[in-house]
Each structure stands twice: as C-alpha cells, then as structure tokens.
Ligand binder design. Structure first.
Ligand code: HEM
Length: 513
C-alpha cells in the first residue's frame, strides 16, 4: 500500500517536472537566437520575459527599457534583444538606420507588427498592411496631404481653434473656477474635432460634449488596459494564442462604432453626391479604383471593409499624436517663459502682417514656432520606436550577419533623440538646435519623430498645420505657466504604445490685446 502511494506520488512529481521543463524550454527556446547568429546581446534575457520584464510588469515604460538596452550597447552598431520570446534587432548606428529606412527599403518594406485582422478587420489599413497592397493604398492616399489640399481645410480648422479658445476662456473666467486646465484632454478633444471635420466632414464638437462617442472610443484605443497588456504579452509570446483565447485589442463595441460611423459617412456621400476636398473624398476615389473597378484581378482587389479600415487609421493616427505633441509643447513653453515670449512675438508679427488671420499659408512664416515644434517632437516623439521587418534576406553592411525574412527590427527613436553624442544636454528644451545655422550640424538619421523613408508619416504636413493653427491662437491670447498640479518632471502613462503624459496641468492668463 505504502509503496503504491509512493509510486503515484513519484509519477506525479515526474509529470510536474516534465511539464515545468517543457514550459521552461518553450519560454527560453528562442533566447539563443542572437548568440547563434553571432550578434551581441546587451543584456541577458529573463525566461518568459526576455528583456522586457520591467515593462511587461508595469514597472517601467517600454521607452525606458529601451534606453537601458541602448546604453548597454555601448559602441556596438546594433544588438539582439528579446521581447518575451520574440527576437528583435535593436539598431543604434545612424548609418545602418539610413540603410534600413531609406536606401535598402526594399528589404524592409513592412512594419511587421501583429495586426490580427481576422478579429479586427479595422487593422487592415495602411499602417499595418504589407508589400504591394500597402504601396497601392499609399499611392491612393498620398494626394490627400499635399499643401494645396490644406488650403481647403482652413475654415474647418479655424472653426475648431475658435471653439478651443472659447473653451479655454470658459475655464479661465468662470467665477471660482481655477485658472488651471488639464490641457492634454482638452487638446485631445480639439484634435478629435479637427480630424472629424477635415477628414470626414463630421461636426463632432467633442470639445464641448463630454459624452462624445468619438472621444470615448478614441480614448480606449490609446489607454492601456488589462486586456491590451495581456494581448501585447501574448503577441510576443505566441500570437496564435490570441484567436484561441479571443483577446482582441479593442472591444467589439469600439470596432463596431468606428466601422458604422465611417461606413455611414461614405454611404451618405455616395447617395447625396457630396463632393468635398477631404480625406473621405480620396477614400471614395480609392473605393472606385480598387473595390468597384471590374478590370482588376481578384488578388488586386480591395474590399469595402479595407476602405473603412483606412478611414479609421487616418482618424486614429491623427488625433492622439497631435494632441499630446501640442500639450508637451505648451508644457515646455510654460516652463521656459523666454521661449514662450519669443514664439508669441513672432505670432503677433505674422498675424499683423496677415490682418490677424492665420491660415495654411501664413503659418509658413512661423519659423521660430517650427523650431519649437521640432524640439518638442525631439524630446517627446509620440512613437518611441520605428518598427520594420526583414521582407527580403539582408546582410548587414560590413558584416557577415545575414538576417532572414521575418526578422524584426526596432529603431529606438526616443533613445536616439536623447543621445548626448547627437544632442548636447539632451534633457534641455532648446529650439536653437533647429535654427537655420545649426540645423546643418544635425547628424543624419538621428531625428525621426515622423519616421523616414517611403513609409514615413503620411500626415506630417497636416499635423504641423493643425498644431501651428492651434498654438498660434492659444499663445496670442493666453500666457501659460506651471501651476501647483503641474508634474515636474512629467510622468508618462506606462503600458501605452504611444508616449502619453499622465496629465498636463497649466495655468492660463488672458493677455490684454
Ligand atoms: C505630431 C503628429 C504625428 C506624429 C509625430 C506622427 C508620427 C508617425 C510615425 C513615427 C509614423 C511611422 C513612420 C515610419 O515607420 O517610418 C507614422 C505613420 C503614419 N502616420 Fe503619423 N504622426 C503624426 C500625425 C499623423 C496624422 C495627423 C495622420 C493622419 C491624418 C497620421 C497618419 C499616419 C499614417 C497613416 C501612418 C502610416 C504610414 C504608412 O505606413 O505608409 N499621422 N506617424
């Protein structure tokens, strides 16, 4: 009797030991990938987590984890790291970055990010798509963002900047109200309204409507949740598990909301023959050429859903990046009054020259503001990394190391922007780095807030237009200063895939004009 109990106990122990060994083997299996390839690794991977443990556990922002790894690379041009089980090449050398993004783009045409389009068809958009389908859609959408097209958006943007000014005014003058404002949320509602109006002809008024569905659903895309954290961990562990456990990035409600909103807009325009010079018009042209065109081969065809997915990405990519950038900009100006005064003087001069009107042409004369925005995006690039995947085998120049198709590549934009080799005193906010005299001294491929190469940000011009319009109105009417609630230094939302501040509280003082 005693013997058989021992035998069962032994068997259980063997079974448990077997399972644990299998799990251990599974979670560390890929962790010798870079060693086998002869690539230096800046840090030893931890079983299960790889090099991303502090970020997966929510202790550190991923950008800080990358900073550490970037520092540990020392003089190495690149190094092998692991996010959970996924090997990634971390590239430090600006010259190699130039090869990957621009010169050898044909070997790196895609981002290699997990899209999960089966459960979220809205991800079938230009940001995630690959190869030829990306090229086709990019060609269709690029004309949307020419300087000429921006002219047609002046009035819509002005309407939104006026609403922004009124909103600030209400907060500053209401009796007993504090004159400090949490500007990040306000800017998010402003940029939601701008993109809604310019891109889709929708008057959202998110700035005054605290129950705005667009704002509510837009927020869920960027705010980290338990669901999004689990999802990211699974993507880097074993993406096929996502569909088994049905872990979607956004709730099906959010997906349905955006899907219905954009579909209805497109259908309404079609039915009522509305012709406006905005993003939707280009998407409808793309629909005509790529969905309805009977001359296309089946593999060249797009679906109605693909068009909706691209409407969605223009909306999503367009509001959070812009609103956080404007908030960071005002934050820095509040802390550096001399720089704020200099920008304001420039705005007032340009305004005087153009009868008090700012538009897509007069903003081109805001040279100092351009430097301020550039410096803001150096210190606070909304996307802390650029991602690429090897789409054709690639031998790293000046080495024998051959990267095979599917190898993921990470360019640590944020860490590079803070490298004192390229930016002296990198924590100091100094727009002079981008002055006419100094800009030529910048090291190539070390300034990449909008990415680079054929896949760089398609909305750059629109973003700059929208930011300059808002900042010039706000700064010519208000002085901004830090207040008790201002976080110094600023704290970031850990777990978000973009660089978002927890809050940006600032004091606003009306300027007598
Ligand atoms: C301050 C504002 C913005 C910043 C800093 C920013 C930054 C970026 C970055 C870093 C990328 C990746 C580039 C690469 O991989 O090389 C990107 C891609 C993209 N951005 Fe932006 N963005 C901004 C605003 C916008 C706006 C306003 C829109 C649209 C209205 C937009 C639409 C897109 C799209 C569609 C892509 C994917 C392009 C492609 O793969 O072909 N972005 N953006």
């Amino acid at each position: 009797m005693f013997e058989s109990i021992c035998r069962i106990f032994d068997l259980k122990l063997v079974l448990i030991a077997g399972i644990l060994s299998a799990v251990y083997l599974y979670v560390t299996w890929t962790h010798s990938y870079w060693f086998n390839l002869g690539v230096f690794s800046p840090s030893k991977p931890v079983p299960f987590f790889g090099n991303a443990m502090p970020s997966i556990l929510g202790q550190m922002h991923f950008m800080d984890v990358l900073h550490d790894l970037y520092q540990k690379l020392g003089d190495q041009r690149f190094g092998g790291i692991y996010t959970m089980r996924t090997p990634q090449l971390l590239v430090k050398d600006p010259e190699l970055i130039g090869h990957i993004l621009v010169k050898d783009f044909n070997n790196f045409t895609d981002r290699g990010l997990y899209a999960g389009t089966e459960s979220n068809p809205l991800n079938n958009n230009i940001f995630f798509t690959r190869g030829e389908r990306w090229r086709t859609m990019r060609q269709k959408l690029s004309p949307t963002f020419t300087a000429n097209k921006l002219k047609h958006m002046n009035e819509q943007v002005k309407e939104c900047t006026s609403a922004l000014l009124s909103k600030i005014g209400m907060n500053v003058t209401v009796e007993d109200a504090s004159d400090s404002i949490e500007i990040r949320e306000m800017m998010a509602t402003y940029s939601t309204d701008v993109i809604g109006s310019c891109a889709f002809g929708l008057k959202l008024d998110a700035i005054n409507d605290k129950d705005s569905e667009f704002r509510k659903h837009g927020k869920t895309v960027f705010q980290p949740s338990l669901r999004s954290k689990i999802r990211v961990a699974i993507i880097f562990m074993q993406p096929s598990l996502l569909s088994i456990f049905c872990v979607h990035h956004y709730s099906q409600k959010t997906i349905k909301f955006f899907h219905d909103a954009f579909r209805q807009t497109i259908e309404y325009r079609e039915k009522n023959k509305v012709d406006r010079k905005d993003f939707v018009q280009h998407l409808m042209k793309a629909r005509e050429d790529l969905v309805l065109n009977p001359n296309l081969k089946p593999n060249e065809k797009f679906t109605e859903m693909d068009i909706v997915a691209n409407a969605y990405i223009l909306f999503i990519a367009g509001f959070e990046t812009v609103s956080t950038s404007m908030s960071f900009c005002l934050y820095e100006l509040a802390l550096k009054k001399d720089i704020q005064d200099k920008v304001r003087n420039e705005i007032l001069e340009v305004k005087a020259k153009y009868n008090g009107q700012m538009n897509s042409e007069s903003i081109n004369e805001l040279h100092y503001m351009s430097m301020v925005i550039k410096e803001t995006l150096r210190k606070y690039p909304p996307l802390v990394t650029l991602n690429r995947v090897v789409t054709k085998p690639y031998v790293i120049p000046e080495t024998n190391i051959k990267l095979k198709t599917g190898t993921k590549v990470v360019i640590p934009v944020h860490a590079i922007h803070y490298d004192s080799k390229y930016y002296s005193d990198p924590y100091d906010f100094n727009p002079e780095r981008f002055s006419e005299e100094n800009v030529h001294n910048l090291y190539p491929n070390t300034y990449m807030p909008f990415g680079d190469g054929p896949r760089f940000c398609i909305g750059k011009r629109f973003a700059e237009f929208e930011m300059k319009m808002a900042l010039s109105e706000v700064l010519s009417n208000y002085e901004v200063a830090p207040c008790e609630k201002t976080q110094i230094p600023i704290k970031y939302v850990i777990g978000s895939f973009v660089n978002i501040p927890e809050s940006v509280w600032l004091k606003f003082k009306k300027i007598d004009t």
